[in-house]
Design a protein around this ligand. Structure first.
Ligand SMILES: [Fe+2]
Length: 239
């Protein structure tokens, strides 16, 4: 089991898409993985990986993003082609996207002392997965669960009823003190807990019917980057 001090943990932000990426490293074994990298931040992220003396093993995407292009393709190109590394891209099998590993529900991603449990949480998209680090009580919830919010459900095979069920059956069953680390935040917040979201999430603390009603009436704009980002992200940014 990895104690908190055994791991390096960095939350990284992209101002343009208000997206979070997460670098997790094993301090002793010097191996690392990166969740939801953003194309425009690849230089920053790889510089940090190098400065911390880490070897990047995995780049994971919680889903096929529609608001930015993943950095995973460029990272693989840079490190594997130019540096002879063996970075492996991961996305859920249910996303239908291409990656080196198309993860199954329940699969465990092992990287040194880091263990991430893959939990399929469809709803924002049909292929969304959350990644749970039980040792450190952290849930990387992608666009399934935000701090006091959730991802939209009106495109990419989204379904508000599926999202509600995913959150309640896969995330809200976690202990209250697990930290929630979403893929976005638009209000300057960094993290939350399962207990807080169960209590205060203005959408997901409601009944299923009320939630579906809320999601049907959001009237959101069509995402600007969608037509560019989705095709790229279906191949994890390229190979
Ligand atoms: Fe998304």
């Amino acid at each position: 089991m990895a104690s908190r001090g055994a791991l390096i943990f960095r939350q990284l932000f992209d101002r343009t898409c208000c997206g979070y990426s997460y670098l997790i490293g094993d301090r002793a074994q010097k191996v690392a993985l990166l969740i939801d990298p953003v194309l425009e931040q690849v230089d920053r992220d790889l510089k940090l990986v190098e400065q911390l003396g880490l070897e990047l093993r995995y780049v994971l995407n919680t889903h096929v993003h529609a608001d930015h292009i993943t950095g995973s393709g460029l990272i693989k190109n840079r490190l594997n082609l130019e540096n002879n590394s063996k970075v492996i891209s991961i996305i859920s099998k249910s996303s239908g996207a291409q990656a080196d590993i198309c993860a199954e529900d329940g699969q465990v991603i092992d990287c040194g002392l880091i263990k991430l449990n893959v939990s399929f949480t469809p709803g924002h998209t049909n292929g969304c997965m959350s990644l749970i680090d039980h040792d450190n009580k952290r849930a990387f919830t992608g666009d399934t669960l935000f701090i006091r919010g959730c991802g939209r459900t009106d495109f990419q095979e989204g379904s508000s009823s599926k999202l509600y069920d995913s959150v309640h059956s896969r995330l809200f069953i976690l202990p209250d003190d697990y930290n929630v680390y979403p893929a976005h935040d638009y209000n300057g917040q960094l993290t939350s807990t399962i207990g807080e979201e169960k209590k205060f999430n203005p959408r997901l603390s409601k009944s299923r019917e009320e939630f579906i009603q809320i999601m049907e009436n959001l009237n959101l704009d069509y995402p600007k980057m969608m037509d560019v980002a989705v095709p790229k992200n279906m191949i994890c940014g390229g190979t």
